[in-house]
Write a protein that binds this ligand. Structure first.
Ligand SMILES: Nc1ncnc2c1ncn2[C@@H]1O[C@H](COP(=O)(O)OP(=O)(O)OP(=O)(O)O)[C@@H](O)[C@H]1O
Ligand SMILES: [Mg+2]
Ligand SMILES: [Mg+2]
Length: 557
């Protein structure tokens, strides 16, 4: 499929800072330091330069893209939203289904306190207003994995409204900027998940697994404040980190605990927003970004060719890299919303409004939940910058990989090396090894203690940095040797015998008179050649700075 030329702008690109939406979006920027994060080889979208489209050429119509997300996060709870069935990933099909989940007549919903607390905590963390009264509604649609024929959700009066999600992006290449952007949170609603339909194509049948039916979900609805796939993926990543920090959802996209519907439209800047399409059920940050960018281009092409955009539901074909209309969702669906008659309004209290003498187990006190809020990722990042002098974009990278921050902090506890050095080793060497082998931090054969010891050796100049790389590669083999043992076995310790080094330098100068002549003629590279020759003769065990000093002294004498 040939990629058509992009002619859309995203606020934040160096060439187009126009604002779209209703103007509430804002951005704070600060320099990200000298190191460009784009070349670090990280997979995270937040680490890539934030430029994906071409500058419109003179005469081109400029297009602005608008993206709004609906994010479904599975609540981390032992039991379902309205029944006592357990919640487990990958349990045998239909092994976690109560009569209520299967919609047998005569069964009634009982609200799970833990799910309500998770919604309130998430709302508080996103600066939402928590509604003291919220309502449950039935949303009707027919699907084999929805036995009741409706889903219980909060359409009329959701539990939390009007919040804000702030996230950091690296903008530009060199110099890079870390910019903080915000997207408005329209609402957070509690709702039930559906079951799963397993399509057995060879036998032309569909099997239904109801284990997921009735699991509690938080639907976080974001206003249409974003403008491209990368921005949306970065916002989702931040929300994922927040949910994980709160413990309200494990939010693993791979395990389907975080699923995103992306709403996308395009318009000419200054004109009303265009008709949106909705790309359903994206469960990877990469596919989310790809699906959105594809859909933006498709809509622009369609409109430029005289076509129109239908308000339709689409899915992303990740093999072809394109969005396609969903056959079963053609046309606007009528969900026939109605109040859920079996659930009374959900009432929440704060310390001031708590009725006297009430059983604390029977009510939820928002103020108590506020006190239980843990440190949020944005605060952790600020602390890293303040406490260790870590560059802002490095603080983003440290939080972006599960377990990486803890690894970094554990190395810091045990080493004398500077935080800057530790950050560089953790983000470049350590993360590089992990990425190359597609491993998680928890699967690393190198422990924080081993890396700390290695960095100590480097810090007291016992080994050179190239030797340190060799030691790290050896540690990665996971044979249980300590860095000091590897250094001793491989004879990697720096040469401290000054007399021997002097002799090697002298011998090198005598054996390579051509290079010496070159140097004297003013070729600046010749000295590096000589340093390289001496290093080779020492098997990489001499410090290049010391070699240079000796060579220059001998040459001038
Ligand atoms: N013109 C637009 N372009 C892009 N996104 C839009 C536009 N208008 C609204 N949106 C986004 O569409 C989403 C609407 O979500 P909401 O849950 O309110 O309704 P829905 O999609 O109709 O319902 P459902 O939950 O059944 O999918 C929001 O994320 C909002 O930001
Ligand atoms: Mg929705
Ligand atoms: Mg929707």
């Amino acid at each position: 499929m040939a990629a058509p030329m992009l002619r859309w702008c995203c606020p934040g690109r160096r060439w187009a800072f126009s604002r779209i939406g209703d103007g509430s979006r804002h951005e704070k920027r600060f320099p990200a330091g000298s190191a460009s994060s784009g070349k670090r080889g990280h997979s995270s979208v937040a680490q890539q330069p934030f430029i994906t489209a071409q500058k419109p050429r003179k005469g081109d119509h400029e297009w602005a893209a608008v993206v709004g997300l609906e994010i479904h996060a599975q609540i981390a709870s032992n039991s379902k939203l309205f029944s006592g069935s357990q919640v487990h990933f990958a349990a045998p099909p239909n092994s976690l289904v109560s009569f209520f989940d299967a919609s047998l007549p005569g069964t009634l919903p009982v609200l799970n306190r833990r799910c309500v607390e998770a919604a309130v905590m998430t709302g508080l963390a996103l600066g939402c207003h928590i509604n003291r009264k919220s309502l449950f509604d039935r949303k009707h649609y027919f699907y084999a994995d929805l036995p009741a024929g409706y889903q219980i959700t909060q359409q009329r009066l959701p539990i939390a409204v009007n919040g804000e999600l702030a996230y950091s992006v690296c903008v530009g290449k060199k110099p890079a900027w870390v910019a903080t952007r915000t997207v408005r949170v329209k609402q957070i609603q509690l709702e039930q998940d559906s079951g799963k339909s397993l399509h057995d194509d060879p036998r032309a049948r569909t099997l239904v697994d109801l284990n997921r039916a009735g699991v509690g979900l938080l639907e976080v609805v974001l206003e249409p404040d974003m403008c491209c796939g990368e921005e949306a993926a970065t916002a989702v990543r931040e929300l994922q980190l927040i949910l994980q920090a709160l413990g309200t959802s494990q939010a693993s996209m791979a395990e389907g605990q975080l699923r995103v519907d992306a709403n996308i439209s395009v318009h000419h800047p200054g004109e009303p927003l265009g008709v949106r399409t909705e790309v359903k059920n994206l469960n990877s940050a990469r596919f989310l970004a790809k699906a959105i960018d594809y859909e933006i281009q498709r809509q622009i092409n369609e409109l430029e060719n005289g076509g129109e955009i239908l308000n339709e539901t689409r899915s992303f074909d990740y093999k072809l890299g394109c969005t396609v209309p969903m056959r079963d969702k053609e046309g606007k669906q009528d969900y026939r919303f109605m109040p859920e008659p079996n659930l009374p309004p959900l009432l929440l209290y704060d310390s001031g409004s708590l009725p006297a003498g009430v059983d604390p187990q029977q009510v939820i006190n928002i103020d108590q939940l506020r006190e239980r809020l843990p440190e949020l990722p944005s605060v952790t990042r600020e602390k890293l910058v303040r406490q260790y002098g870590v560059l802002p974009e490095h603080s983003v990278a440290l939080l972006n990989e599960v377990g990486l921050l803890e690894f970094f902090q554990n190395v810091m506890k045990e080493t004398r090396a500077e935080p800057k050095k530790v950050t560089s080793w953790v983000l470049n060497t350590f993360l590089g090894f992990l990425k190359q082998r597609n491993l998680a931090v928890s699967e690393s054969p190198v422990t924080p203690a081993a890396l700390a010891e290695l960095l100590d050796l480097l810090d007291r100049k016992a080994i050179s940095s190239s030797a340190a790389k060799k030691v790290f590669a050896e540690l990665w083999r996971g044979e249980g040797k300590t860095p000091a043992q590897i250094v001793a076995e491989k004879k990697l310790e720096l040469m401290h015998d000054q007399e021997a080094l002097e002799q090697l330098c002298r011998a090198t100068l005598e054996a390579h008179t051509g290079v010496v002549t070159d140097l004297k003629k003013g070729n600046p590279r010749a000295i590096n050649k000589l340093i390289g020759l001496v290093r080779k003769a020492t098997l990489g065990r001499a410090d290049p700075a010391v070699i240079k000093e000796v060579l220059e002294r001998q040459l001038s004498s």
